[in-house]
Design a protein around this ligand. Structure first.
Ligand code: HEC
Length: 115
C-alpha cells in the first residue's frame, strides 16, 4: 500500500464517526468537530491561532455563502485545507451559519466552555 493510500484510509477511519454522527438530528458532534478540528488552527474559542479568528465580528465582510465556499475549497497556498471530501454541503452551510451567528461560542450553546 502506498503512502498516499495509507494516509487516505487513516483519514477516512479517523473522521468517519464524526461525520456520521453529525448526520443525526442534533448537531452536537458537528459542533464538537468544529471546535476541535477547526479549533486546532482557529483556536478552541475561535479567537484565532495559526488561522484567523472566526467570530462574527471577524466575518462581517463575508456572507455565509462566501464562508461556505472557503470551507469547501480551502484557501490555496495557505494552511487552510479544503473540506469538501469530509463534509456534506449541508454540514458546510450549517457551519457557516453558526460562524456568522456566533452560536458555537456563546455560553448557552457551549455550557462546558462557560465554566
Ligand atoms: C491546518 C490549519 C487549519 C484548519 C484545520 C482549518 N483552517 Fe480555516 N484557515 C486556516 C488559515 C491559515 C486561514 C487563512 C488563509 C488565508 O491566509 O487567507 C484560514 C481561513 C479560514 C476562513 C476565512 C477567514 C477569513 O476571515 O478570511 C474560514 C471561514 C475558515 N478558515 C474556516 C475553517 C473551518 C470551518 C474549519 C474546520 C472545518 C477550518 N477553517 C479549519 C487554517 C486552518
Amino acid at each position: 500500500m502506498g503512502e498516499w493510500n495509507k494516509r487516505f484510509w487513516f483519514g477516512v477511519f479517523a473522521l468517519l464517526p464524526t461525520v456520521l454522527w453529525a448526520e443525526g438530528s442534533d448537531y452536537t458532534e458537528l459542533q464538537n468537530f468544529v471546535i476541535q478540528d477547526c479549533g486546532s488552527c482557529h483556536g478552541l474559542t475561535l479567537k484565532g491561532g495559526l488561522g484567523p479568528a472566526l467570530r462574527p465580528g471577524n466575518l462581517e465582510a463575508l456572507p455565509a455563502a462566501a464562508i461556505a465556499a472557503i470551507i469547501r475549497e480551502g484557501v490555496p497556498g495557505t494552511a487552510m485545507p479544503p473540506w469538501k471530501a469530509l463534509l456534506t454541503d449541508h454540514e458546510i452551510r450549517w457551519i457557516s451559519e453558526q460562524l456568522k451567528s456566533g452560536a458555537l461560542i456563546t455560553p448557552q450553546s457551549r455550557p462546558e466552555v462557560a465554566q
